[in-house]
Design a protein around this ligand. Sequence first.
Ligand SMILES: *[C@@H]1O[C@H](CO)[C@@H](O)[C@H](O)[C@H]1NC(C)=O
Ligand SMILES: *[C@@H]1O[C@H](CO)[C@@H](O)[C@H](O)[C@H]1NC(C)=O
Ligand SMILES: *[C@@H]1O[C@H](CO)[C@@H](O)[C@H](O)[C@H]1NC(C)=O
Ligand SMILES: CC(=O)N[C@H]1CO[C@H](CO)[C@@H](O)[C@@H]1O
Ligand SMILES: CC(=O)N[C@H]1CO[C@H](CO)[C@@H](O)[C@@H]1O
Length: 563
Amino acid sequence: MDTHLTFSSRRSPVVCLHGCVASSQPLASSVGLDILKRGGNAADAAVAVAAALAVTEPSSTGPGGDAFCLFYNSSTGEVTGINGSGRSPKAQTLDFLEGRGYTAEAPPSPFDALNITVPGAPACWCDTVQLFGNHKLSLREVLSGAVELAEVGFPVAEVAAHHWANWVAALRDAGRELGGDLLIDGHAPKCGQVFRNPALAQTLKELGELGKPAFYQGRVAQAIVDVINQNGGVMTLDDLSSHDSEVITPISTDYKGVCLWEPPPNSQGLAALLLLNILENFPLKALDHNSPDYIHVLVEAVRLTLADALRYLSDPEHVTIPLETLLDKSYSQQRAQLISMDRAMEDLEPGLMTGSDTVYFCVIDSQGNACSFVNSTYMGFGSGLVPKDCGFSLQNRGASFTLRRNHVNCVAGGKRPYHTIIPALLTEPATESQKPRLLAALGVMGAFMQPQGHVQVLLNMLEFGMNPQQALDAPRVYVAYDNKTDQWSVNLEEGVDQQVAEELRRRGHKVNWPITGHKRSQFGRGQIITVGDWWSSSVRQADHPSVLWAGSDPRGDGCAHGY
Ligand SMILES: *[C@@H]1O[C@H](CO)[C@@H](O)[C@H](O)[C@H]1NC(C)=O
Ligand SMILES: *[C@@H]1O[C@H](CO)[C@@H](O)[C@H](O)[C@H]1NC(C)=O
Ligand SMILES: *[C@@H]1O[C@H](CO)[C@@H](O)[C@H](O)[C@H]1NC(C)=O
Ligand SMILES: CC(=O)N[C@H]1CO[C@H](CO)[C@@H](O)[C@@H]1O
Ligand SMILES: CC(=O)N[C@H]1CO[C@H](CO)[C@@H](O)[C@@H]1O
């Protein structure tokens, strides 16, 4: 397999007036743009893109995974969203797992059928169209682009082909064959090879015609339960039919004249807000982009917030999260004081294992509504189990549960697991007199990279004046925690200076530099659309506040598209 991947092309930001879609697959971006041109709004287009990504990038996302969305309503200025995360099977209690001989030290393998939680994405798609769509197009029409891609086939893109093959190999190493609907003659498709998925086309068609019951009851639900039970899991038809998504009230924080919106816990959106709150205490612009001081402060702030996030973030129905205390700026000031400029902190609380396969995309329509959407199957194809004749694999979100009694993420029947996926929106801060104007839809996928990624690309624009494409192009930093060695490490992408790496080592960080080629996927893949060029330091609030500016991550296959 070709593991070489160079980053040599240059991209301008995409600029347009009426509507814009940015996603990690060009074909999916086209499908979304089509919906906008046919009269659908940002929410309709987002679901069309979601479904098209399920077809074109199944190692990142699909109907067997979860989804979250945030929606900005341009007529009210309100941000709301949908929680599309599914629960563990009701019968899957800690006692049940211990009865099977599993312990915190010897849990089921990540790909085990016991790690499959109820897929929340299909309900989230239906509810997004129902609650936030403009009802000019039916769900069937919204999903038709994805159905066509699955039915007719599409050439697999380069980065998608790479991850497809890697996950097939990882599953094989774990003793599992990926379901045949997602292979061609037992192999992952290569870049440029045309892949068809008629079973998924059928599943999406039925979802388009009948809505949620087509997935959570009947043939698809039965096939899900069958494949899970044949592999030792205990999900029932009732677990599926009792699933529903929930409307959520996003949480936000103000940072120097902008307001960042993230989904509430149990997502890790909270981590992005806490991170910004800590960073607000430092003169970042004066430290210089990707300088040793800047990266040191960023890394320390990430470590502080991840320690908090992992302690407090679980299913709020099962634990009480001191949200107000955590989001209070005085709390972050205290945390910021723990950071010393010349030495990395010792003794920080640990984390959970990470997965990273998620797609993120965003859409802004001609009325100025925005939809920020994310979904995933967690680790590649998730469990790798493919229900018969359905064309998608089942997620393994349960892998972030622990069997340690009294831990906030301890397994329980009917519990939602720790979630690594988050979409985000940026507005002006709300005032009494005026509805907050939309400034951007943005996101960076990739497990624990997401809050770190959101904040880095946001600061690239806000503090360092980069346009959305430059903000995504700039080399990133990923702070990782390794449970096995109990060590934090700082991974620096190719493009960060060697002297910077050396200076960070001198301050006590364990630094990996440079991260190159396909390994750069750990820095996530982001998409950004901004309304106006508020990030530009030279033309403050220019003449055309309604021009859309978009960028798409060079680490992915995708592009932004507008009209
Ligand atoms: C989830 O990901 C799949 C695969 O990329 C995509 O088709 C689907 O549209 C996404 N779902 C949502 C709700 O984003
Ligand atoms: C925005 O909010 C208004 C007022 O609640 C509502 O009438 C309208 O349908 C909403 N628009 C969308 C696209 O959801
Ligand atoms: C998901 O829904 C549950 C309600 O069942 C809620 O408690 C939780 O906060 C939601 N999570 C997110 C990320 O919105
Ligand atoms: C619900 C469940 O059993 N989750 C397990 C999935 O796999 C991880 C990692 O192996 C375990 O820690 C979980 O307990
Ligand atoms: C610090 C920490 O969380 N360590 C855990 C890493 O994972 C092993 C089991 O895989 C646990 O026993 C440790 O407690």
